[in-house]
Design a protein around this ligand. Structure first.
Ligand code: WTA
Length: 685
């Protein structure tokens, strides 16, 4: 790849010279040199990064061992196997003791209500983590045990995950927007012995009674003969005693005055976090873990409808998230970094917790929502904390674009240096709004492509080095080798479009699907032997830039969150009136994609507005609010092949009112098509 001179699809954007001067990777040439080094001698390249961390014992064997080719045997990836370390020790103790960052703020916490704030330093965080790690040990938690975490965006969430890491327990965080069914399913799949949650929290002005949902999940687990032994509950609602250091001097709104009695309690299982912490010792020796020991499980949607427990391990994940954070955000010690993602997703794991803390960064941890209490909230927070690096999702940008320039301009954004996006392809219009208005034409945008499975950024610009094209994730990060394959598995050179795959591992690639290695192998390595298959389509332009075109499997991306069509279909068919359901993705101006559902009713059932509402509620209850369908259409018949396979390609076109159906010769009964077109929902298309 040469330094591109001009963009074929529009203007090329470059970082301002002052940003380049101080940058870790100041030029495109420098990026290329480092990239080549990372491929020529990975052990040396990653070994240098690993040296910045503390290793109790070093690895005596090979730095990397792997097999990516299913025809040659089991798929596996091992980085520094035999070396031992502890990621919690590295991001807290090492930063406090060796790097003297004890007094540095780790997090500015900004609550849902403006004025509800606190901050916590590295030493204070270490202390809390040690205490809670001791609490877990006292509860009998041992290395390798799985702990489920179902919490709002509060400091205790970070404390809980790091305490697990400290004692070698494996955390499985479930996003607090998921339903009781989803939580139960994840607890069962990973056989978690303990759940950590909170009484509740406010999302804007809506109260979420988290403990209530957690109780339902625990009840369901019990019914499935898996009683979870303990549930530790943070008392978050109505608290005024943010005692980490600086409590807010504004008293919380009266609606927050919650009573203990409102929290459903089961004395056999439930324990208050604050009571356990009161007596916990402040010293806690870390458990030394093998580099390849499991660090966490994080569930992501699977095309069969059953979520996959993506497993990441200690050593590789630590060095890759640390390195990507440093280079992709061009991190410097004086930065104030803010990632708006929830810790319940991979972005919150890698770039709100592990990556920034590994670098000793100061971050903002935001509990609230972009539109609450007003549409300027994000810009106000940027101004308040003088945020320098800001990382959010295209769906958030599109949402805020609707309100025009005024709410943005109301606040000062001079502190900003680098902007980032993640989660889905960003449309050039949103990119330009972000660049021109939010960043005042002076902040490069890092459009980071990656997945729960990749653990960290795999295609991304480096802010000072990479000339940007709006909408392109540009080039591979160090150590990452992408390729584009055609349907037959042939690698395409030059300008091309096809399946995005990776040819070799990088340190934070997932190691397995929890409890189901075969599913890991078939999902990611079977289609094209020798390659990791992302499931995304991709284009490479004449300058070598990569452009993600979206999912090419049965997955859809709603507001940056992956859902499988099968997951939603199985929720819909649980309704007594529904015989069959087919779900497709449909374009949405803010969410990127949304759900368009076709339902075939059982004989004698009537399709009407109240049924539609019931079905929407059912999906919310089974999966969570992110999966709420936008459209539900009556489909007396579905387009099927003679072998009975639903032709979703045709359904997508019907949803879009696109009459160009292409080849429909394999369709068993073409008559259903006319009927489906006439029953379409009003989508504005
Ligand atoms: C999509 C989120 C285009 C993609 C970190 C991927 C993107 C899926 C981008 C993973 C991007 C993520 N440009 N598409 N910059 N980032 N995606 O596992 O389809 O929640 O496969 O991880 O999001 O979603 P996940």
């Amino acid at each position: 790849m040469a330094v591109p001179e001009c963009a074929p699809q529009g203007e090329l954007y470059r970082a301002a010279p002052d940003l380049c001067q101080a940058a870790h990777v100041p030029t495109f040439q420098c990026y290329q040199e480092l990239y080549h080094r990372s491929l020529e001698d990975p052990a040396d390249f990653w070994g240098d990064i690993a040296k910045e961390f503390y290793w109790k014992t070093h690895c005596s064997g090979p730095f990397l061992q792997y097999n990516f080719d299913l025809t040659k045997g089991k798929i596996y990836v091992e980085y520094m196997k035999g070396a031992s370390t502890n990621i919690c020790y590295n991001i807290l103790d090492r930063n406090v003791e060796k790097n003297k960052l004890g007094e540095k703020i780790a997090f500015f916490w900004e609550g849902n209500e403006p004025g509800n704030t606190m901050k916590i330093t590295y030493s204070e965080l270490l202390l809390k983590v040690c205490q809670f790690a001791n609490v877990l040990r006292e509860q009998g938690v041992k290395k390798g045990d799985r702990i489920s975490i179902y919490m709002p965006m509060i400091i205790e969430l970070v404390v809980a995950m790091l305490a697990c890491a400290r004692i070698g327990a494996i955390h499985s965080i479930v996003f607090a927007g998921f339903s009781a069914d989803s939580l139960c399913e994840r607890i069962l799949d990973s056989r978690c012995c303990l759940l950590i949650t909170a009484d509740g929290f406010y999302r804007g002005d809506k109260l979420i009674s988290l403990k209530q949902i957690a109780n339902e999940a625990l009840q369901k687990c019990k019914e499935k003969c898996f009683p979870v032994k303990r549930c530790i509950v943070v008392k978050h609602l109505g608290r005024e005693d943010y005692t980490f250091k600086e409590a807010s001097n504004q008293s919380p709104p009266s609606k927050r005055m919650h009573l203990d009695t409102q929290v459903p309690w089961n004395a056999d299982v439930d324990l208050w976090w604050h009571e356990l912490m009161r007596d916990a010792s402040k010293e806690c020796a870390p458990e030394w873990c093998d580099s390849e020991d499991e660090l966490f499980i994080l569930y992501t949607s699977g095309s069969t409808g059953k979520p996959k427990g993506v497993v990441h391990t200690v050593g590789g994940y630590m060095i890759f998230t640390a390195a990507t954070f440093k280079y992709v955000f061009d991190y410097h010690p004086e930065d104030v970094y803010w990632c708006t993602a929830d810790i319940g997703w991979i972005t919150g794991h890698s770039y709100l917790t592990y990556g920034p803390l590994a670098n000793g960064a100061t971050s903002v941890l935001f509990e609230g929502l972009p539109l609450y209490p007003g549409v300027s909230r994000l810009w106000q927070i940027i101004d308040k904390y003088q945020v320098t690096k800001f990382y959010t999702a295209p769906t958030v940008i599109r949402l805020l674009m609707k309100f025009g320039e005024k709410p943005v301009k109301k606040y000062n954004r001079q502190s900003l240096k680098v902007l980032g996006t993640v989660g889905e392809p960003i449309n050039p219009e949103a990119w330009l709004w972000y660049y021109n208005l939010v960043g005042n034409k002076k902040c490069p945008i890092v459009d980071t492509f990656w997945q729960t499975e990749t653990g960290g950024h795999v295609l991304t610009p480096l802010p000072a080095a990479t000339p940007m094209k709006p909408g392109s994730a540009t080039f591979p990060f160090f150590g990452v080798v992408p390729a584009i394959l055609d349907e037959f598995g042939e690698e395409l050179e030059g300008e091309a479009e096809g399946y995005l795959v990776f040819k070799q591992p990088w340190p934070s690639i997932m190691r397995t699907v929890y409890g189901n290695h075969e599913r890991f192998e078939t999902t990611y390595f079977k289609k094209f032997p020798g390659y990791y298959v992302t499931g995304d389509g991709c284009k490479r332009d004449k300058d070598g830039y990569y452009w993600i075109t979206g999912r090419i499997d049965d997955m859809l991306n709603v507001s940056g969150h992956l859902l499988s069509t099968a997951e939603v279909e199985s929720a819909l068919v649980e309704h007594a009136a529904v015989a069959e359901a087919a779900v497709v993705s449909h374009p949405h101006p803010v969410k990127g994609e949304c759900l368009y559902c076709f339902v075939t009713l059982r004989d004698g059932q009537e399709f009407n507005a109240s049924l539609t509402e019931e079905l929407k509620k059912l999906v919310r209850r089974k999966i969570g609010p992110i999966a709420t369908p936008d459209y539900i259409q009556n489909a007396p018949g579905l387009p099927k092949t003679r072998s009975g396979k639903i032709m979703r390609r045709i359904l997508r076109k019907i949803a879009k009112n696109d009459q160009e159906l292409g080849d429909i010769s394999t369709l068993a009964d073409p008559a259903v098509i006319t009927q489906l077109f006439s029953n379409r929902c009003q989508t504005g298309l």
